[in-house]
Design a protein around this ligand. Structure first.
Ligand SMILES: [Zn+2]
Length: 110
């Protein structure tokens, strides 16, 4: 599962930063276009964090909305999937500006 490997790397990153301290809060940024299912991340986090410095930590997931740049009309447009056309001119192939994030934004340590 895709989310499993993402969660594992999140835990690895957090443990690296925590340097032996317990992690109480984790804030993740997940882009709406990243293909990652936040519910699955939460589920995997529960399972994978057991026995690590993140066990029992609160996980918050912030969804970053998808935004694409339309080259044809030089505008930033909202996107709900990777292959959305420009809502103004109908052009395909928008350049993704945001929405593909998968990163740890904040960590709180005990
Ligand atoms: Zn356009």
């Amino acid at each position: 599962m895709h989310e499993m490997s993402i969660t594992m790397s999140v835990i690895e990153i957090c443990e690296g930063h925590a340097q032996g301290r317990r992690v109480t809060d984790v804030v993740l940024e997940i882009g709406a276009l990243s293909g990652v299912v936040p519910d699955s991340i939460e589920f995997c986090f529960e399972a994978c964090s057991k026995g690590t410095l993140l066990e029992g930590a609160r996980l918050q997931i912030e969804i970053i909305p998808g935004i694409g740049n339309c080259v044809a009309c030089a505008k930033h447009q909202p996107m709900s999937s990777l292959f959305d056309p420009c809502p103004d001119c109908g052009a395909f192939g928008l350049e993704i500006v945001s929405g593909q994030e998968q990163r740890v934004r904040e960590l709180e340590l005990e």
